[in-house]
Write a protein that binds this ligand. Structure first.
Ligand SMILES: NC(=O)c1ccc[n+]([C@@H]2O[C@H](COP(=O)([O-])OP(=O)(O)OC[C@H]3O[C@@H](n4cnc5c(N)ncnc54)[C@H](OP(=O)(O)O)[C@@H]3O)[C@@H](O)[C@H]2O)c1
Length: 265
């Protein structure tokens, strides 16, 4: 089910990041009242100064009490659960705390925010939930198992929840970006992709979010066709797709990205 953006109140998590800022701008341009959340107070206040009416709200989504406080007593018409940690790297390079933080921010927080906001949306018979997953939520690879776990989890959650909401006037859309250039966690890693591997922009992801809210598809890919089709094929031939990816150099690429993202863990 789709929702109207004009004059809706939209909560965007991860609003300080490369993709989050583009989402906030796109929603603001559609006339939504945007609540922009993240941990970086200065970045949120800069965004609010630039975009009239954007409301900054600081919260650490690794802390369950702050997740609950973020939405307590607020009317929110649309949730865009965008915040995430890259959580890239091989399993044995993680501490127990790092795994917990990745699960909390990438998976637990979107689930709890959705659970808390749904009764109000159901009561009003309108509203929408958007979950930003990744092509890593459809296709697993060496060097990204923790991130894969969180993003596959978010895919299952978003799809099943959309089914649960059939006929209520409320819907859920899960968005699957591939490699995003210009800004965000991949661009920040400083890694150059092999020739021929295409990218999309934060503005493309923002457009997909707007389409998700206004038209209500269950899933939207934001990637060049070969990558998006490869990720879909993984669903029925994972061994074959993984062998092809490995031969194309996916393992050293994943290791380089993990090295470039280490400080965000
Ligand atoms: N960039 C890509 O190529 C790409 C590809 C596929 C999917 N995605 C997905 O797109 C979404 C946005 O990623 P991005 O590229 O914009 O990454 P980014 O620039 O690293 O931004 C990540 C955002 O998450 C927030 N965040 C991280 N830890 C948090 C915590 N403990 N509490 C609250 N907020 C937290 C950060 O805010 P603070 O630092 O202010 O807390 C920041 O706003 C993510 O879900 C990511 O998995 C990105």
């Amino acid at each position: 089910m789709a929702a109207e953006l004009q004059q809706s109140t939209v909560l965007v998590t991860g609003a300080t990041g490369g993709i989050g800022q583009a989402i906030v701008r796109a929603l603001h341009a559609r006339g939504a009242h945007v609540i922009a959340s993240g941990r970086n107070r200065k970045a949120l206040e800069d965004l609010a100064r630039e975009l009239d009416g954007v409301e900054p709200l600081v919260a650490d989504l690794a802390d369950p009490a702050q997740v609950a406080a973020l939405v307590f007593g607020r009317r929110i018409d649309v949730l865009v659960a965008n915040a995430a940690l890259p959580a890239s790297g091989r399993l044995e390079s993680f501490t127990e705390e790092e795994i917990d933080r990745a699960l909390d921010v990438n998976l637990r927080a979107p689930m709890q925010l959705a659970r808390t906001l749904l009764p109000g949306m159901r009561h009003r018979g309108s509203g929408h939930l958007v979950f930003i997953s990744s092509l890593s939520g459809k296709m697993a690879s060496a060097g990204a198992c923790v991130y894969n776990a969180t993003k596959f989890g978010l895919r299952g959650f978003g799809f099943a929840l959309n089914e649960e909401l059939r006929g209520t006037g409320v819907g859920a859309t899960t968005v699957f970006p591939g490699f995003i250039r210009e800004a965000g966690m991949f661009a920040d890693s400083g890694v150059r992709l092999p020739r021929g591997v295409g990218t999309r922009t934060p503005a493309d992801v923002a457009r997909a979010v707007v389409r998700g809210i206004e038209k209500g598809p269950a899933e939207v890919d934001v990637a060049p066709r070969p990558l998006a089709y490869g990720a879909r094929m993984f669903g029925f031939a994972p061994g074959l797709v993984t062998t092809v990816n490995r031969r194309l150099g996916s393992e050293p690429l994943a290791d380089a990205i993990a090295k470039g993202q280490r400080e965000k863990r």
